[in-house]
Design a protein around this ligand. Structure first.
Ligand code: ZN
Length: 690
């Protein structure tokens, strides 16, 4: 592992600034830490609220990420309050957390890292802790004592696996005090601590020790075929992706029975190597690389055995039972450990797998949002690196089942999960909105996203969809929006957009079929071309997207929602608007048939009839405005006001009003409603549904 330290960049930094710099260097190496793992600290002097110099420990707060560390991610604690704890014999976790709360130099501080005492008890100015893959690989073997001696001699001390907390902190503090010449402490199944008088020294020691273990592992594994012979050849990329998109919805449905989850597909070379190998199944069933990974990955992945990876039907047939068996086994495991003597009774978490491995195909990771699924995937890829290195050295071993349970159900780790944003009634849901670059579609996409949905923004306008998707990502987080250019009248386009949706998120829960055009002209003059175009977009377009959506929803088997944007013109058509009114009426009839055909699958289909939404609308072109103004005998400038005066509530109807109705129909609040028509028109008497 190469040092990333840059003297010019580090020059002049001190205290908190230097700690942030050091933290980012550690965070930048995914071989050291991923997503919130590891921590750093510095012992310094800071003024307290009365300006008195106070010996202070600055340490990373629980749940924050080293890679993107900022000064706000660190908590200042009074060392004079913490250090006397070293003389205690024991301290329960809850007491430790409560005590540390009192040590904060500033009120309303974030919760400090769960490894705070360990940092405090090491008598050095700067302390660095990582979950270095290479160091963990050495300890995750049955002969780790001997191996660590081989690699490091007397340069380090080692600690057996003990869950972080007072006991581990006191043990490490004692080891370091007894053997002041050592450069680091390796924690079994957990990671590495180093320290120094300066940040550079602590960092250099860290990189040097990790490099030693990397070199050892590569020497030991030289010439070995680490995962044994290939058992199931990986499918070629094209077939793999075809099979993956055919499998994903059923898998998503099976793992979403308790809570809606997203899937992330991963067929990177290292994943394919593991799942295709002779011993992949065996080594993936050993357990996690570190307890730190368990809250994201669970103790074990689901291995979906599959002798003929290209055989979609066969895989689909065995998938539900395999997922159920996993959940059943997880429940049994939870029950066994909660009923064991001395256990605290803790409510079971979602029993469905977070990591699914499929020979020949790759890996899916799951999460209630795309970010969580990505984090789990990144973490599991590092588990694979640790497994590979440990197998190369000797044989991969892991925590005991009991230690794994105590790590997954440890309240201090669960606390990190509680920091994640909870967000909205559509959490874990995937929505696709057509005609979403502007107007009503855009407003709906943004509203669904605001309630936690992941939104696929589609439209003919490719720049427009990217702009709306970016807005969603900026507002609600990584991978929450996906912009896809799509022509609803082109079946190939439609199929490809739904395939991309499945490959990105695993499936679909909500379709808002909104794209439409509004050709004008009286029937006796209308060209056949324009008439047909109206039906292509306003009828066939809805048919094509609904067909793909329903296929996915039926495969998932967890219900679904179709929301069709109709128009007031369906119940109350207007003159010179024949092609529009007739094609939209056909759309609405299609929606009702979809409600009839799919009710048995829990898939609902409802219709919104908006009227006169001008704002940002592509429908109201200059031509349409002029034409409608003429039809109503007003000027173009008077048109909006004319429509406002025409409705019972004398309201200007906005795209956001339609979006609110779409959210209601897409959410569980309307769970008992299907085949319904909801006007959003300010009240137009002749358009009352009947
Ligand atoms: Zn740790």
């Amino acid at each position: 592992m190469d040092s990333r330290w840059s003297e010019p960049q580090a020059q002049g930094l001190s205290g908190l600034e230097e700690l942030v710099y050091l933290s980012r260097l550690i965070g930048a190496d995914t071989g050291l830490v991923v997503w919130g793992g590891g921590n750093t600290s510095i012992k310094t002097t800071q003024p307290d609220f009365r300006g008195r110099d106070t010996r202070t420990l600055l340490i990373k707060s629980s749940g924050s990420d080293l890679k993107t560390a900022t000064p706000q991610d660190f908590v200042a604690l009074r060392l004079d309050d913490i250090e006397p704890l070293f003389d205690l014999d024991s301290m329960p976790d809850e007491d430790m957390v409560a005590y540390l709360e009192h040590c904060a130099l500033h009120p309303h501080a974030r919760r400090p890292s769960i490894e705070t005492l360990l940092h405090s008890f090491i008598p050095a100015s700067v302390v660095v802790h990582s979950h270095a893959d290479a160091a963990i690989a050495l300890t995750n073997t049955p002969a780790s004592d001997h191996i660590l001696k081989d690699v490091y001699g007397d340069a380090i001390a080692t600690a057996p696996y003990i869950r972080p907390g007072f006991t581990l902190s006191k043990l490490v503090g004692t080891l370091v005090r007894e053997r002041p010449h050592i450069k680091g402490v390796v924690l079994s199944n957990h990671g590495l601590f180093t320290w120094g008088d300066t940040a550079k020294q602590a960092y250099d020691n860290h990189i040097a020790l990790v490099s030693d273990s990397e070199e050892y592992a590569s020497r030991q594994s030289a010439g070995k075929r680490i995962f044994g012979a290939v058992k199931t050849h990986a499918l070629d990329t094209e077939t793999r992706h075809r099979v993956a998109s055919a499998i994903a919805p059923a898998l998503r449905g099976a793992v979403s029975r308790q809570q809606f989850t997203l899937l992330r597909y991963d067929d990177s070379p290292s994943v394919l190597q593991l799942v295709s190998s002779q011993i992949g199944r065996e080594v993936s069933a050993v357990g996690p690389a570190t307890p730190d990974h368990i809250i994201q990955t669970k103790r074990l992945p689901l291995w979906l055995e599959n002798e003929r990876p290209e055989d979609v039907e066969r895989l689909l047939a065995k998938l539900p039972a395999a997922v159920d068996e996993y959940a059943e086994e997880y429940r049994r495991w939870h029950g066994e450990h909660t009923s064991a003597a001395g256990s605290i009774d803790t409510a079971i978490l979602d029993p469905y797998p977070r990591v699914v491995l499929v020979p020949g195909l790759g890996m899916w990771t799951t999460g209630t949002n795309a970010r969580a699924a990505l984090v789990t995937g990144d973490i599991y890829r590092h588990s694979i690196d640790v497994i590979r290195a440990a197998q190369g050295i000797h044989r991969y071993a892991s925590l005991s089942s009991r230690d794994a349970f105590e790590a997954e159900y440890w309240p201090l780790e669960l606390y990190k999960l509680s920091l994640a944003p909870h967000g909205g009634e559509l959490i874990g849901r995937v929505a696709l909105v057509t005609g979403a670059a502007a107007g009503i579609g855009r407003a709906i996409a943004l509203r669904l996203a605001s309630e936690g949905a992941h939104v696929v923004v589609t439209d003919l306008d490719s720049e427009g969809v990217q702009a709306v998707a970016s807005l969603i990502v900026e507002g609600y987080g990584m991978d929450r929006g996906l912009g896809l250019a799509m022509d609803v009248t082109n079946q190939r386009d439609v199929i490809e957009a739904f395939r991309r949706t499945v490959m990105t998120y695993g499936g679909l829960d909500i379709l808002v079929s909104n794209a439409g055009i509004a050709p004008t002209g009286s029937m006796h003059e209308m060209s056949l071309g324009l008439w047909q175009k109206a039906f292509d977009v306003n009828t066939t377009g809805h048919f094509l997207v609904a067909q793909e959506a329903v296929k996915i929803m039926r495969q998932q088997g967890i219900g679904g929602n179709l929301v069709f944007v109709g128009t007031k013109n369906v119940p109350a058509p207007g003159g010179d608007f024949g092609a529009y009114s007739a094609s939209k009426a056909a759309e609405v009839q299609l929606a009702r048939v979809l409600a009839i055909e799919n009710g048995g699958h829990g898939i609902r289909c409802n219709i919104i009839n908006p009227d006169a939404i001008f704002q940002g609308s592509g429908l109201w072109s200059e031509e349409v405005r002029e034409q409608r103004a003429q039809a109503h005998n007003v000027t173009v400038d008077q048109l909006e006001d004319f429509y406002r005066q025409r409705n019972l509530l004398k309201q200007r109807v906005l795209a956001e009003d339609v979006a609110e109705a779409a959210l209601y129909l897409a959410s569980d609040r309307s769970a008992k409603t299907t085949g319904a028509m909801l006007p959003v028109d300010g009240g137009v008497r002749e358009a009352f549904p009947r």
